[in-house]
Design a protein around this ligand. Structure first.
Ligand code: NAD
Ligand code: UGA
Length: 477
């Protein structure tokens, strides 16, 4: 069997499939890479001649797409044809938390994984290496294998022979720095049973990743290592946010505490920024999946340990909205709050599980009038996340007509929208918010006015003597 890969197909053109395949195509010009998806609109956007219309915003992605698209990188809905041509297939489809049935609220919904495995089983030809790129519960490879094996059996004794090998190759990229993470990964993890298949995938990565960074494990360790990595990272965020609350209560400063503990080389300084609570499509889902697996395997104490990371995160988001309400005299009715940032972190247009969603919902519930700004998130996405249509100025000229019910409005620019606002709340650490002149802002706000910095991006010295009341996360001083 030949372990030289010349044609790759990736099922799923999302946040992982798109950027990952773009980098593979860029670093391996000798390999043809086809990214396929059932979502026609998404594929059209990947093929859009205007690079600003790509479905995903990631710094550096547009340049790679420009370099490789229609040379050795192709986006299409032609799933059958591309699967049939490929000698390696990445499955990079969504694996969200189940919303109903057994394990609802915790277990991963594997219906898209199963559908992909069935597509591969139907259309693949010859020998095909199938790579799990999606984050999956440990032992999912078994399910995929079973679906693929049924095809091998059904073809036995026929002239054409179709064979499969399965690998786990979880993705560790972070949104906002995806291209750099893919080009310079800390490690590439390959789990599998067949050395030949592992070597074939390893050979692809060796085009740009140093050999010592390519780790090979058994397939179950690889699947579990991915869930564990996310759980450990999220645990650090919940840990520092819990300490932030204690800092506020005791007069300590969470930045100083984080710096002091981060200097310990055993702890390290990364992932110790207190914030509004972790968001993103994966931390919560992957921990809940770990909780479900632990319960399933009869380890309730392990389940409860990891569940507390998510519980703390939810509590923390509510804590922030409660605190704002309290500082604004216990009522937000008729009060204008400018929200800076809606994405779950900077440099991405992704809002999945963003802390901004829960916090904004809570503020609206209290009757606030929110003006929401994000440089990359469109108002339709915000509308969908808040499950509330934006206020329409033409239809509702007078705010009081709405009986002081909370509502929201999108804003395109920051500078001109602070007039008569009672508060500003920073929820995403976008660079442009660091440059705001708070002295000018304070002049046009209604007094007493507040600046709430849930991301610690504002230098307190720049707010001092501006007339603004200032609160920042984890600052008890
Ligand atoms: P996504 O929702 O952005 O993209 C998934 C894509 O798969 C969608 O476009 C969907 O239409 C497509 N799809 C679903 N079923 C299909 C099918 N049968 N055939 C063809 N296309 C199909 O998801 P994502 O953020 O790219 O995440 C994918 C996986 O990677 C998840 O398991 C996630 O946990 C994991 N992951 C995500 C990140 C991240 O930063 N987003 C990082 C590491 C790992
Ligand atoms: C995370 C992991 O970092 C990736 O390794 C992993 O591949 C990915 O999940 C995944 O599996 O989806 P991502 O969610 O893109 O990446 O972003 P992170 O940088 O990890 O941030 C997650 C959340 O934690 C964000 O809301 C961020 O603002 C928050 N965070 C992070 C903090 O509040 N403080 C920190 O110190 C770090």
């Amino acid at each position: 069997m030949n372990n030289v890969i010349s044609n790759i197909c990736c099922i799923g053109a999302g946040y992982v499939g798109g950027p990952t395949m773009a980098v593979i195509a860029d670093r391996c010009p000798h390999i043809e890479v086809n990214v396929v998806d059932i979502n026609k609109d998404r594929i059209n956007l990947w093929n859009s001649s205007k690079l600003e219309n790509l479905p995903i915003y990631e710094p550096g992605l547009d340049k790679i797409i420009k370099r490789r698209r229609n040379k050795n990188l192709f986006f299409s809905t032609d799933i059958e044809k591309q699967i049939a041509k490929a000698d390696m297939i990445f499955i990079s489809v969504n694996t969200p938390t189940k919303t109903k049935g057994i394990g609802a609220g915790k277990a991963s919904n594997l219906k898209w994984i199963e559908a992909s495995a069935r597509q591969v089983s139907l259309f693949a030809k010859g020998h095909t290496i199938v790579v799990e790129k999606s984050t999956l519960p440990v032992r999912t490879a078994e399910v995929i294998k079973e679906i693929l094996k049924s095809k091998e059996h059904s073809l036995k004794n026929k002239e054409e022979s179709t064979t499969f090998e399965i690998l786990s190759n979880p993705e560790f990229l972070s949104e906002g720095s995806a291209i750099n993470d893919l080009e310079n990964p800390d490690r590439v993890l390959i789990g599998g049973e067949s050395h030949q298949a592992m070597d074939a995938l390893s050979k692809v990565y060796k085009n740009w990743v140093p050999e010592e960074k390519i780790l090979k494990t058994n397939i179950w360790s690889s699947e579990l290592a991915k869930l564990t990595a996310n759980a450990f990272l999220a645990q650090r965020v919940s840990s520092i946010n819990s300490i932030g609350a204690l800092c506020e209560a005791t007069g300590a400063d969470v930045r100083e505490v984080a710096k002091a503990i981060g200097f310990d080389s055993r702890i390290g300084s990364k992932f110790l920024d207190a914030g509004p609570g972790f968001g993103g499509s994966c931390f919560k889902k992957d921990i809940l999946n770990l909780v479900y697996l632990s319960e399933y395997f009869g380890l309730p104490e392990v389940a409860s340990f990891w569940n507390s990371v998510v519980t703390l995160n939810t509590w923390h988001q509510h804590r922030i909205s409660k605190l704002i309400t309290k500082k604004l005299f216990g009522t937000l009715s008729g009060k204008k709050i400018v929200i800076l940032g809606f994405a779950f972190k900077s440099n991405t247009n992704d809002t999945r599980e963003s802390a901004a969603i829960q916090i904004c919902k809570n503020l609206i519930e209290e009757g606030a009038y929110l003006l929401i700004h994000d440089p990359q998130v469109g108002y339709k996405q915000i509308e969908q996340d808040l499950n509330l249509r934006p206020f329409n100025k033409n239809k509702n000229k007078n705010y009081s007509e709405k009986n002081n019910e909370g509502y929201w409005e999108p804003i395109d620019t920051v500078e001109t929208n602070f007039n008569s606002a009672d508060a500003v709340l920073i929820l995403t650490e976008w660079e442009e918010y660091k440059k705001i002149n708070w002295k000018n802002v304070s002049k046009v706000m209604r007094k007493p006015s507040w600046l709430f910095d849930a991301r610690s991006i504002i230098d307190p010295n720049k707010v001092r003597n501006t007339g603004l009341n200032f609160w920042r996360i984890g600052d008890g001083i």
